[in-house]
Design a protein around this ligand. Structure first.
Ligand SMILES: Cc1cc2nc3c(=O)[nH]c(=O)nc-3n(C[C@H](O)[C@H](O)[C@H](O)COP(=O)(O)OP(=O)(O)OC[C@H]3O[C@@H](n4cnc5c(N)ncnc54)[C@H](O)[C@@H]3O)c2cc1C
Length: 239
């Protein structure tokens, strides 16, 4: 399949943590750029590599501004991220593909939905969660089980905490593997214990998982062992 690429402009870059940046990219005015929450784009970069494209989930909810937000973590010696972090500045041009992928929300949210992710795997879920609440899509409980190492790694922490205060149906559950009960009053460990506990009654629910293969494989296996149908488990692997 030949992908359509658009010459776009980086309109803002924000340091989210010491290793992640938010990139705000404006598609050309002439393009009616449409995407569904959960999709990703490819960036085609002038890098010295056999493969010049890299995929990034859109972290913002669909809007009418032709601007998308990406949240990207630097990979040591990674060709794409090294280019993005050192050569790309506000005002730089960048080649962005049409929206791709099929990690869509269910047609109707008549059951609980549990998003499970680590690190930048939160990107498509941020888009979907804000899509649900901005559009007032009828829903049940929405859980975000978000694994990281330390408190400073929790991406979008403030806005998820704010949303949880405002919306009683939204449950933000960060779980940290390198904190201690003295340093962190929340969940400690890995995401797996959290969703297993939350859904120990195996009530009807949808599960969305995103991040690196290792976590993803374990989560899918656990959910199936608990008794969930694999059709209820949707996922996107970043590697
Ligand atoms: C659907 C999807 C969404 C993603 N969303 C995000 C996101 O929101 N945020 C984020 O930080 N990361 C995301 N990623 C990961 C991202 O695409 C890059 O893999 C990551 O940024 C590292 O890129 P790099 O060029 O720095 O590393 P590199 O090590 O240079 O390249 C990493 C990837 O490039 C490709 N590649 C490199 N070399 C080869 C080769 N020889 N043959 C074939 N393929 C090769 C492979 O896909 C490889 O995994 C996503 C990945 C996918 C698939």
């Amino acid at each position: 399949m030949a992908y359509q690429f658009y010459t776009s402009t980086v309109v803002n870059i924000i340091d989210e943590t010491p290793t992640t940046k938010r990139f705000y990219i404006k598609l050309p005015e002439t393009v009616d750029f449409q995407f569904k929450a959960g999709q990703f784009v490819m960036l085609d970069m002038p890098i010295n590599h056999k493969h010049t494209t890299r995929s990034y989930s859109i972290a913002s909810a669909p809007n009418n501004e032709n601007i998308i937000e990406l949240i990207i973590v630097i990979k040591e010696q990674g060709s794409g991220t090294t280019y993005l972090f050192s050569d790309v500045k506000i005002g730089s041009s960048i080649q962005v593909s049409q929206a791709l992928g099929k990690l869509f929300l269910p047609e109707v949210l008549t059951e609980d939905i549990c998003f499970i992710c680590t690190g930048t795997g939160v990107a498509p879920f941020r888009s979907q969660i804000f899509d649900i609440f901005k559009k007032n899509i009828p829903h049940q409980n929405v859980y975000l089980v978000f694994g990281n190492r330390t408190q400073q790694d929790i991406l979008y922490r403030n806005e998820f905490e704010e949303l949880a205060k405002k919306e009683p149906s939204f449950h933000f559950i960060p779980v940290l593997s390198r904190e201690t009960p003295e340093s962190w009053g929340g969940k400690i460990g890995y995401v797996h214990e959290v969703y297993k506990d939350l859904f120990s009654d195996v009530r009807p629910a949808w599960f969305y998982i995103c991040g690196w293969q290792l976590m993803l494989r374990e989560a899918r296996q656990n959910l199936e062992t608990m008794g969930y149908d694999r059709k209820r488990i949707r996922f996107e692997a970043f590697d």
